[in-house]
Design a protein around this ligand. Structure first.
Ligand code: PLP
Length: 381
């Protein structure tokens, strides 16, 4: 069944599943135990940390294994709440994932300042430069790739500017990693990610700690993760994450060009056969797998249900936000009117998605359109 909801979550890859089972059988002991079996699990954990560090071009000691991006951003925002000077402002991109917005609002309150974005949702780098020059900025938060639209952000440049101005930077790399090459995140102060977005297990992830943040404590408790995050590590989950990550990094992220052509062909077909449809962020660089459509009629959730009946799984926005009432905050930040934003459908392919799957999805959109039109007679097919 063609699954087009990979930005919500991906299936565990075969190799990741095999690795998880193997480590559960062979290195299930507690990595903090002092006996030899515990030391073996600890040794594996540190080897996995080194592998991840090599992919990201960062120092192993900067990596902290977590349960995912939500934990990561909560831990970082809580850390900033006491570690940054009291008057320091936190500049946040308004199209971040709801977990980033909520953690920043919750931990940092009125110290948050929203960054301006273009109508495609791209952060204005010139504005960031000028704002940093005015001073009082403690940190800048800009994601790598947007989960609803796939729009790529100038995250490396923003991190460089923040660093040069003495401010911290946080990049949510959840939707970038596994889809585009991972090197370069060493330039960013803090990075967060989740394994289940790239073929790893759920509730496993990591954060990259800013090297200078020696006192960072994600959770309080034991002394795991170099004292940065208490709690017994899920070595099997982390091993499976690294297997999935390795598969993407060594064999797949280079297939991006071909996949972008399939995505573009899908968009051309829809534009030709579903007049009035628009693609959010069409004019800027986006992930090869993501298309955010504003349909000419019919609320997004009705399209999702109709396409589901035909065997296609898509979504109305981010999985976390789709249970909420009201239109997407991402489209609101882009200046899209609420009644148009209510017609949003997000499509997100995976590495296993074929060209035929894209073509079949386009046909399914065209086929269900009349049943969603206010007056079927006015739809031209
Ligand atoms: N950040 C982005 C961009 C996401 O797409 C998601 C998941 O939808 C998250 C963060 C949260 O990830 P998790 O639920 O694994 O913590």
């Amino acid at each position: 069944m063609p699954y087009f909801d990979h930005n919500a979550t991906t299936p565990l890859t075969e190799a990741a599943r095999a690795r998880w089972l193997q480590v559960q059988a062979e290195a299930w002991q507690n990595p903090s135990s002092l006996h030899r079996a515990g030391a073996k699990a600890k040794g594996l954990l540190e080897t996995l940390r080194e592998q991840l560090a090599a992919y990201l071009a960062v120092a192993p000691a900067e990596l902290v294994f977590t349960s995912g991006a939500t934990e990561g951003v909560n831990a970082i925002a809580a850390h900033w709440a006491h570690a940054l000077p009291p008057g320091a402002r936190i500049l946040v991109n308004p199209t971040e994932h709801p977990c980033v917005l909520a953690a920043c609002r919750g931990w940092l309150g009125d110290r948050v300042e929203w960054l301006p974005v273009s109508t495609a949702g791209v952060v204005d780098v010139a504005w960031v430069r000028e704002r940093l020059a005015r001073g009082d900025v403690g940190a800048v938060v800009v994601m790598a790739a947007n989960n609803e639209t796939g729009v790529l952000q100038p995250w490396a440049e923003v991190a460089r500017l923040a660093g040069a101005a003495g401010a911290e930077s946080l990049c949510d790399a959840s939707q970038w990693l596994g889809k585009l090459p991972a090197d370069g995140f060493g330039q960013v102060g803090w990075v967060i990610a989740s394994a289940h977005k790239f073929g790893g297990p759920k509730a496993v992830g990591f954060l990259k700690r800013a090297g200078s943040a020696k006192a960072f404590r994600g959770f309080l408790g034991g002394h795991q993760e170099g004292d940065h995050r208490a709690g017994t590590e899920d070595v099997a989950g982390i091993a499976a994450m690294l297997t999935a990550f390795g598969e993407a990094e060594s064999g797949q992220v280079f297939l991006e060009t071909q996949r972008t052509l399939w995505r573009d062909a899908f968009e051309r077909t829809l534009r030709a056969r579903l007049p009035g449809v628009s693609v959010v962020g069409a004019e800027v660089d986006r992930l090869w797998n993501t298309v955010a459509l504003v349909l000419p009629h019919g609320e997004g959730h009705r399209w999702v249900a109709r396409l589901d009946q035909r065997g296609f799984q898509v979504s109305t926005g981010s999985a976390c936000a789709s249970g909420q009432k009201g239109p997407s905050h991402v489209l609101a930040a882009l200046g899209v009117a609420p009644e148009a934003a209510a017609r949003l459908v997000r499509i997100s392919a995976g590495w296993s998605t074929t060209e035929a799957d894209w073509l079949a999805l386009a046909e399914a959109f065209v086929a269900v359109a009349p049943s969603l039109a206010p007056d079927p007679a006015v739809v031209t097919l």
